[in-house]
Structure formats: C-alpha cells, structure tokens
Design a protein around this ligand. Sequence first.
Ligand code: FES
Ligand SMILES: [Fe+2]
Length: 396
Amino acid sequence: MNAPNPGIWAKKFPELGTDPVPVAPYLSSEYFELERDKVFKKCWLKVARVEEIANSRDYKVVPFEFAEAEVIVIRGEDDQIRGFYNTCSHRGNKVVWQTGTGHAKGGGLQCRFHGWVYGTKGEVRSVPEEGAFFNLDKANCGLTPVATDVWEGFVFINFDPEPAQSLTEFLGAMGERLAGFPYGTFSEAHTYRTVLNCNWKIAQDAFSEAYHVNTIHAGTFPDGFSTELLDVQLLGPHHSCGVCKLEGGNPPPVASLSHRFSTASIAKKDLDNESMLPPDVGNDPRHAFELAVLFPNYLVHILDGMYFTHQFTPIDVNHTLWEGVQYFAPPKNAGERFSHEYGQVLQRNAWLEDTATMEDTHQALKSGAKSQMHLQDGEILIRHLLHAVDQLVNAE
Ligand code: FES
Ligand SMILES: [Fe+2]
C-alpha cells in the first residue's frame, strides 16, 4: 500500500534532503572511531532505571565496550545516584567483578583482589594493611567519578568529565515532550539482550520505520499496523513519531482474549478519552504507540498502560549490544498475567523478526556491492539519525 501524502516529511524537513544516503558510515572503521569519540563519549547514555537500584547501596554495573570501560551506578545513603568507573584505585582491578545489579553490603563495595572498600560516594573507606603503604593519601584515592544524572527515572551517564550540556539541556524539547508519562508504575520488566553482528545504526534503523511491517511482521502482526507515520518530530538530535494501527484488522481469537484482559492498550486514547500519554503525544485516533529516540541510541516507545525500550550500544563498528525491555505494571489477576505473557511473547517474536534482518543487512553491505541506500519518505528518522551523527562527527 502506498503511504498517503507522499513527501509530507521531506516537505516538513527540507534540510534533510531526499538524496540516497551513503553506506560508508555504517561500515567504515574510521567513521566509527569518530562516532565513538565525538558521539558516544560526549552524549548522555542511559544505563538504568531507578527501580533497578531502588534501595540505598543498590548498584548496577554496566559495560561499555566501545569505551573499554565499565560503569558502576550506585544509590547512596543520601538517596543520590552516582556513577564511577569500575576500576580500583589500588592496582586497577574491577571493584565489582560481575555486571548487572547488586547490593553493597555493610561498609560498601569491596574489591575482591586485596579488599579495598569504597563507600557509595566513591570514597575509600578502608585499606587492609594500610600501615604498609607509603604516605597513602586516601582522600585522593576514591573511585573515578562518571557524570551521572536522572530524567524521569532513567539514569544516564556521560563519559565526558565535563559534559557540554546537562542531561536536561541535552534532552531539551524531547525531554519535555516525553515527560509526565508514569514510567515508574511499570516496574515489571522483561528483558532480551544479545550481541548483534552489525553496525549499531543498522540495528537502530530497523526499529525506526514502519515500512517493513507488511513484510517482516506479516506473521506476527497481520493487519496490525499501517506503514504510515504520524506527527514526526525532529527535536535537536532526538526524534519521535507515532506508529499507526490499521483500522479493521481481524485479530486471531487468542489475541482478542488477551486484549480483553490487557492493562495496555493501543486503542485507549480514542476509546475513552482518558490517556496517560503526555499532552502532545498520540492525539491522532490512529495512534498506536509513540516511537521516540533519545539520541544517540535509546528508543522509548510509550502507549497507554506500558512502555518498551531498545538500546543499541556499539561494541565496535561491526558489533552491537542490543537490549530490549518491556515494562508492565505488575499484574493484579490471572487475566492480566495471561495478557502480559501473551503480549510479551508476541513482542518477542516481532523483535526476533526485526533483529533477523540486521545481520543480513550488514553482511550484504560489507560486500561493497552498494555505496548508497534509497530512503522513502517514511524512513525520515533513518535520514535524521545519519544527519545528527554526521553533524557531531564533522564538528571541530
Ligand atoms: S586491585 Fe583492588 S584492592 Fe587491589
Ligand atoms: Fe519491526
């Protein structure tokens, strides 16, 4: 089906042009090194939800292979969340040996190698055999801090020791647009994570258009979504749009049963005029969910009753760590539990369909057969990501 109003987004955003886009930024090692240094080491990157580190001394260790670094974010006794490199001040071992969430018992984080202990502010609390050291200035032996801030319960870090913008400034109008959604009530998280053998932008692009729904998702969402985008917003380097549901779809019986008990709805806003979506989001009756991308690599999709996210963190030019999470409110009864499980499995299948394209795209492009890609109007977010990355890569 042809999308209506062909060229609507190109007309709205003429600065992005309509030419084919180059393949080189997806494959070039030199380009990736610039992305690493000028994008990923300079921008705010999401590392956690506050619910993951809900209590004092809860922490999460997150690896960033592009930076050859691990970051610990930890909630202090003062409730403040701080970030540090996971690198011991003694001989540089990892203070915490496992990635993921944990809880620092007693005095704090203890390095397993020789037992130095750090408090939640990164300070050295104790050093075994301290008297055997030479003029050890413990006050200057704390963990190395990483800039850390929180927006709407999402914890972000920045590898720049002095970020050019605060997190609020960085998110700008997109932060305002997405604020107020009750993210914190959706505390039941289902996570999928794997390494994809492709460039991070190839992976992200596959979640940035609806052009593929009739082909890739013909099995999972038959007649579910339109290829049309609603209300494309390009706000600084960030962008969002509405994904459309298809009217008159005929869901299979088990899907209808699941919808009956669902606490999430892609049809709520126009059914009862009550919505938890922020005021500027989802005001077209065809709106199914909002597809927002917090530059560079965090996708936040919100709809009434749940949200889901994707993050595509580069490992190197050819490899990407993907993490997809579905966030529900804890179910209150068996019907809701069934509906969550059904929705989760359906989404998992769709995500497998999406991720299955990515490695093939990367591999086929590596052949060198093509130097350009041809983007249609509904692939404006792909064009914008390339543009936003390019602006930073080429900045002085
Ligand atoms: S390296 Fe951490 S205590 Fe020695
Ligand atoms: Fe998809």
